[in-house]
Design a protein around this ligand. Structure first.
Ligand code: BEZ
Length: 173
């Protein structure tokens, strides 16, 4: 198992009210160091924005438990998917996500280095992330909940252990 999170740069979009026009957002690089250095971070990764289980349960579950994560000493909760920044932003907006930060890994650099990149060509998705969650303390992966049976072109995308409740139980133990 990896000990440290991969060092990559994510391409994110941030609101900038100094910009005029209908779309006051600009690109901003976000590095692994900026996310993980000297912080206790929960990150969960899923196969795709706007997909049914990810939308109904996985992402909303973490958002609903955000205050509990904070009370347990977690600094931030991130949702990662191999999707672009525009898609991740619109998905979060569509679900009225209040707290979880969206992490677009469109080039899959982080996911590949995590060893979590799988093919989903059976669904026309290309390469995506296997479903997992992890606790990261100052860049070190101290807990990893990866769904069993990681494989290419998985037909049923298991979702049993990378949920918010499992992570909360781990933090309380
Ligand atoms: C889902 O979250 O329901 C899902 C994820 C990947 C492929 C298909 C569905």
């Amino acid at each position: 198992m990896l000990t440290n999170v991969p060092q990559v740069t994510f391409k994110t979009r941030v609101r900038d009210n100094s910009l005029s026009g209908d779309n006051p957002f600009r690109w901003q690089d976000l590095t692994s160091s900026e996310i993980f250095d000297n912080k206790k971070i929960v990150l969960f990764a899923l196969p795709g924005a706007f997909t049914p289980t990810c939308s109904s349960t996985h992402l909303p579950g973490y958002d609903a438990h955000y205050d509990e994560f904070k009370a347990l000493g977690v600094d931030e909760v991130y949702c990662l998917s191999v999707n672009d920044a525009f898609t991740m932003f619109q998905w979060s907006k569509n679900l009225a996500i209040k707290h979880v930060k969206m992490l677009p890994d469109g080039n899959a650099h982080f996911t590949r280095l995590m060893g979590m990149l799988v093919k989903k060509e059976n669904l026309g998705f290309g390469d995506r992330s296997w479903r997992y969650s992890m606790l990261v303390e100052n860049n070190k992966i101290t807990a990893l909940f990866s769904e069993t049976g990681k494989m290419d072109n998985c037909s049923d995308d298991p979702f049993n252990c990378s949920d918010a409740d499992t992570m909360i139980n781990h933090l309380k133990a």
